[in-house]
Design a protein around this ligand. Structure first.
Ligand code: MLT
Length: 271
């Protein structure tokens, strides 16, 4: 894991430290994690892809070992952080960006703001629509509660919907790993990202404008980003392919690590 220092207006001392797993050589695949996790959701992909590609798996602002910025951290800010990180690592060639859930919300902002840096896009278990008013209010309540209570309640609230039944039964270690990551997540960082997600714009109108090769991937039993919703997303993006990962829920890259890695590798190899 390396720490990259980036100039930053939002941080004390005007420096933002971004922790990033940087492994392998070749074309770059940038893996962007879900909420409220960190780069560890990509362990199987880091291992499986870094034999053929350079794999970057950062901790987004407020998570893992990256600087925490209290308040609100928008998806736009997270996308700009990723671009700044690529600058700092002197990566000029376009990358394949793969965003999981909140990582997908960040990916939409990356398309809007840094399109020229993209060779290809993978949208994994995510949604284009913004939040309903009710969902927005829930997020703001979650942010407050995390600050006062810590993240344990969030683990209890989120875990039942993150994985499919088969994972709960046959791969309990994955559920344990997800719980550990939630418990370790910095409360101020989690709250800031929850507020940022509440503010995110509707990306549905963007779908028809995405003009880089795109693959949409969803776990067969994803209860949060429903397969039919993701299939409609793929249809709205010109030329996008659509893949369903069997026996997986919202956390397809962990629940079916090898299968998801294979999909990403095949997609990236074609570009
Ligand atoms: C995630 O997995 O990143 C979250 O489910 C996203 C969300 O809360 O909308």
């Amino acid at each position: 894991m390396r720490i990259v220092s980036l100039p930053d207006k939002l941080s004390e001392g005007n420096t933002f430290s971004m922790a990033v797993e940087d492994q392998g050589q070749g074309r770059t695949i940038l893996l962007v994690h879900a909420f409220p996790f960190d780069h560890r959701v990509w362990e199987a992909q880091i291992k499986g892809l870094s034999t053929r590609f350079r794999v970057l798996a950062p901790d987004l602002r407020g998570f893992g070992r990256s600087t925490v910025t209290p308040g609100v951290v928008t998806m736009e800010q997270m996308a700009d952080d990723l671009a700044a990180m690529l600058d700092a690592l002197a990566i000029d060639e376009p990358v394949v960006l793969c965003g999981l859930s909140m990582g997908g919300y960040v990916a939409f902002q990356f398309v809007r703001r840094h399109r020229q840096r993209l060779r290809g896009l993978i949208l994994c278990d995510t949604r284009a629509a913004s939040d309903s008013q009710e969902a927005r209010e829930n997020r703001l309540r979650t942010a407050e509660r995390v600050i006062t209570e810590g993240t344990a309640f969030l683990a209890d609230q989120m875990l039942p919907r993150l994985c499919c039944e088969r994972t709960f039964r046959h791969q309990p270690e994955i559920v344990t790993k997800l719980r550990t990551m939630i418990l370790e997540a910095p409360p101020e960082g989690v709250a800031a990202a929850a507020r940022g997600m509440a503010q995110r714009p509707d990306s549905t109108p963007l779908l028809g404008q995405i003009d880089c090769p795109t693959m949409v991937v969803v776990g067969q039993f994803d209860a949060i980003s429903l397969p039919e919703e993701m299939e409609a997303m793929a249809r709205a993006i010109r030329g996008a392919s659509f893949a369903v990962v069997p026996d997986a829920g919202h956390m397809a890259p962990l629940e079916q690590g090898e299968h998801t890695t294979q999909l990403i590798a095949e997609f990236a190899s074609r570009l």
